[in-house]
Design a protein around this ligand. Structure first.
Ligand code: TYD
Ligand code: MG
Length: 467
């Protein structure tokens, strides 16, 4: 008996089922499973021999390596994130909240390429040509030779792009507004988005043009609906920032041709996005000197050192379960630091609400921020301002020890460059800085901060004697 082909496909994650169901077991989404006319499940004609496979040439891995030819845009912060520029025939997905500046960034990228005499095309499905022009005018780019169109039909777009000289860069703003004749569902649905993306990816691979797809983002930070598009493209970039801050951070979430830990920093100004070559200065520009509960963290983002302020507020709670709120850092790491403070340093926080914030809307992923977070927390609890000219970094282990982290020299150099005279760092960080203070355990640091405190910590100092 012939095996029954699964033909119910989750439109969100692509999982296949033999029958319809309301909720996808794989991704947990509701109402995303739809029957697909399965072209793959072609029935075999009885009495006819199966088609013989065509032979194709296999190529050796060595020798034929023409390395991925890239072209840079000239926007250094953008090129840094893509890994040195666009790879020919690659497709990028750029996600971000509405109004964060995706269209602004991309028209600037298109103009930068056009300035380098590369043909770049901007297809907008959301705005009229006049609106795109108006924005370009505001950015002072109206003389750039970017070619514009307001189109949403994918077949027309692909036909137009394939006509004449192949563009170097094609921008599709946004993929959710595009639709193809091949499928029947409405624009913006998962099936449409996937089919449109497929057509554009085929075009990119065939022609060698780099294609950027703009994707909308849902509230929880996912690129709306089609997670599948993320798997289809070569790179996924996300453009982030807080509405109230002017900083914007471009981050690679996935990159087949480059690193994923680099960030590009921009500042949204009246004249568009400005590249920020020295982000530390920007992130520290609004420091509240002398206030308790703030510590400067000397971090590394990708290949670049970055100083950023970590702010903590510890206040007695009026709730049964105290609040723990974190912005810009991993809540699990906060829980861990709080547990270590309690277990090894005698700092009791179970009766306190704890808030932790990374200034400037930056999101930190490094464990090296542990020490700075702990210093900020204790500083707030003890009402003891930390020295304004000190930076902190180091990973805290569950035993309360401060562990060394990578790239110490780069962190210290950046701190020195920005006028910080002191660094509090793990033991064995070397003699790079004259005023480097090495701490072996968190308890030493806590005792020292508390000694300068204006408020006595209710800690009983059971275990905090050691160092
Ligand atoms: P936009 O690029 O349209 O966002 P997206 O495409 O991600 O939805 O940017 C919209 C915001 O950017 C808008 O709130 C105004 C701001 N902006 C500036 O501050 N300066 C500028 O020069 C431009 C063009 C936009
Ligand atoms: Mg837009």
């Amino acid at each position: 008996m012939a095996r029954r082909e699964a033909s119910f496909i989750c439109q969100n994650c692509g999982a296949a089922y033999g029958r319809w169901q309301g909720r996808c077991d794989a991704c947990g989404e509701w109402n995303t499973i739809a029957e697909e006319s399965s072209a793959t499940a072609r029935p075999q004609m009885p009495g006819r021999a199966p088609r013989k496979g065509r032979l194709f040439a296999l190529e050796p891995l060595v020798g034929a390596a023409h390395d991925a030819p890239r072209f840079a845009t000239g926007l250094a912060e953008f090129d840094r994130v893509t890994g040195g520029g666009f790879v020919r025939g690659s497709v990028l997905l750029l996600g971000g909240d509405p109004g964060i500046g995706k269209s602004t960034l991309l028209i600037q990228v298109a103009a930068a390429l056009a300035r380098g005499r590369h043909r770049s095309v901007y297809i907008s499905g959301e705005e009229a040509v006049a609106q795109v022009r108006l924005r370009a005018e505001r950015l002072g780019l109206s003389s750039a030779s970017v070619e514009l169109a307001a189109e949403t039909a994918i077949e027309d777009v692909v036909a137009t792009l394939g006509d004449g000289e192949t563009p170097r860069l094609v921008i599709i703003d946004s993929i959710q507004t595009m639709w193809t004749d091949l499928v029947e569902s409405a624009p913006g649905t998962v099936t449409q988005v996937r089919a449109s993306a497929q057509a554009l990816i085929r075009f990119a691979k065939r022609s060698g043009a780099a294609v950027i797809l703009v994707g909308h983002v849902t509230k929880d930070g996912q690129i709306a609906g089609p997670r599948v598009v993320e798997h289809m493209v070569d790179a996924v970039l996300s453009f982030e920032g807080e509405g109230s801050h002017q900083f914007r951070i471009l981050r690679a979430v996935k990159n087949r041709f480059g690193p994923t830990d680099e960030i590009g920093v921009f500042e949204m100004t009246g004249g568009g996005l400005r590249e920020v070559a020295n982000p530390s200065e920007l992130f520290l520009s609004e420091r509240d000197l002398g206030a308790p509960g703030t510590a400067v963290f000397a971090g590394i983002e990708g290949s670049r050192p970055l100083l950023v302020e970590i702010q903590a507020l510890v206040a007695p709670t009026s709730l049964g379960t105290p609040r723990r709120a974190v912005v810009g850092w991993d809540p699990n790491r906060l829980s861990m630091v709080l547990a270590v403070l309690e277990a090894h340093c005698g700092v009791r926080l179970s009766g306190h609400d704890v808030y932790l914030n990374v200034a400037g809307g930056l999101r930190i992923q490094e464990p090296a921020a542990d020490l700075a977070a702990a210093a900020a927390l204790v500083s707030s609890l003890a009402d003891a301002p930390l020295p304004a000219d000190a930076v902190y970094f180091g990973e805290i282990s569950l035993s309360g020890a401060v562990r060394p982290v990578a790239q110490t020299a780069a962190r210290l150099k950046e701190a020195q460059k920005l006028g910080f005279a002191r660094a509090v760092a793990p033991e064995g960080s070397g003699e790079q800085a004259p005023a480097l203070k090495c701490v072996g355990s968190l308890a030493t640091l806590v005792a020292e901060i508390a000694a300068n405190g204006r408020r006595r910590m209710e800690n009983g100092r059971r275990n905090s004697a050691g160092g």
